[in-house]
Design a protein around this ligand. Structure first.
Ligand SMILES: *Cc1c(COP(=O)(O)O)cnc(C)c1O
Length: 377
């Protein structure tokens, strides 16, 4: 039998995407905010429990909208983890704000809430949390800090669709949330995202910023008799073809999540013995956080072990990946941001974490498990 390559990621498909795209084509409405966009937004509002969901062409775009809504002034500061994707920081840097990086918790690799207050200055405006691997940050403690210091909480929930914290959906807990439907996420549309407007005070302006600074949405609802330029803005909305693809995915979102969870649980059980022998550290999910199996990772002993691990699996045609280069040590991070305190947990995750392919048929899961076990034997 020939052995096929196991790529890191395989985009999820439900089977109805093309039929919905054909329907969008037949509708004759291909620009944004047509019936498929409305269907996706209604699904998000119901499923996540947010007042208003707006589809965007990426999570990056949704974060940029959040930064515009906050009306940041140059020199304002936003507290965030360094162990994250660049868009978390870039969205705010584009407004002249300064990312202030704080270390992460050793268990969940999420922003360490105990280190946030030491990073607050008179210029701090917001805390941008990232729910790493779809596991919730300690939102109760973070919300209390934000209230005490009058800060806005923004959730980078790019990885967190259908995850909950104490029974509430991630993305619904800060004033604003941002989701991603990039093809590497659980629910996808190629490129895609959504802004979740949890604070109704931002709702009207969010629509305007997304529609090039015009009150077009109010015009279509008959609330104004002509539409015009009323504020700053850009074009942040996807077309209907992308929304049609996404609508098919949303219908199957719970099934997709359950299948991912089954694979995640299988890996987790298989690697328990390696953890007992101190060869790996497996993901830790607190009991009050229900996760969505966005990611299965292992923490290895050191960067050398990880390099050998990846090379060995690649030789077996299995393609694990690692991330992130900590933002505080990246060239742009040093230019535009600053670290608050030391970053030992961030640096260790950056050196030692490896992500396994997750979305696979049973037989390929066996191959991944066998290859990992063989490496440590
Ligand atoms: C994927 C990701 C993003 C970016 O999402 P896009 O939709 O590609 O813009 C931002 N933040 C985090 C934490 C991510 O994982």
């Amino acid at each position: 039998m020939t052995r096929s390559a196991i790529p890191f990621n395989r985009p999820t498909m439900t089977g109805r995407e093309l039929a919905y795209i054909a329907e969008a084509h037949a509708n004759g409405h291909l620009s944004g905010d047509g019936p498929f966009t409305r269907r996706c937004q209604a699904w998000l509002e119901q499923t996540i429990g947010t007042g208003k969901a707006l589809l965007t062409h990426s999570c990056t775009a949704a974060l940029e909208m959040a930064a515009l809504l906050m009306e940041l002034a140059p020199g304002d500061e936003v507290i965030m983890p360094s162990y994250t994707f660049v868009s978390t920081a870039n969205a705010f840097v584009l407004r002249g704000a300064v990312p202030v990086f704080v270390d992460i918790r050793p268990d969940t690799l999420n922003l360490d809430e105990n280190l946030i207050e030491a990073a607050i200055t008179p210029r701090t405006r917001a805390i941008c949390v990232v729910h790493y691997a779809g596991v919730g940050c300690e939102m109760e403690a973070i919300g209390a800090i934000a209230t005490r210091h009058r800060l806005i909480v923004i959730e980078d929930a790019a990885q967190a669709i259908l995850s909950t914290y104490k029974g509430k959906s991630l993305g619904s807990l800060g004033e604003l949330g941002a989701m991603s439907f990039h093809e590497t996420k659980n629910i996808i549309s190629g490129e895609g995202g959504a802004l979740l407007v949890n604070d109704p005070g931002f709702a009207e302006r969010a629509e305007i910023i997304r529609e090039k600074g015009t009150n077009r949405s109010q015009f279509f609802r008959g609330q104004v008799d002509k539409y015009t330029w009323v504020d700053v803005g850009s074009s942040y909305l996807p077309g209907e073809i992308v929304a049609a693809f996404l609508a098919a995915q949303m219908e199957d979102a719970r099934r997709i999540t359950e299948e991912r969870l089954a694979i995640w649980d299988r890996y987790h059980a298989a690697f328990a013995a390696l953890e007992m022998r101190d060869q790996v550290r497996r993901p830790i999910v607190p009991a009050h956080c229900l996760h969505n199996a966005h990611m299965y990772y292992l923490l290895l002993r050191d960067v050398d072990t990880r390099s050998r691990f990846i090379a060995t699996l690649k030789a077996a045609d299995i393609h694990p990946v690692f991330h992130y280069v900590p933002l505080h040590s990246a060239p742009a991070g040093r230019r535009y941001g600053r670290a608050s305190g030391k970053m030992p947990v961030t640096d260790r995750a950056s050196d030692c974490l490896v992500r396994l392919p997750l979305w696979l048929p049973d037989m390929q899961q066996d191959r991944v498990i066998d290859a990992v076990e063989a490496f440590f034997r």
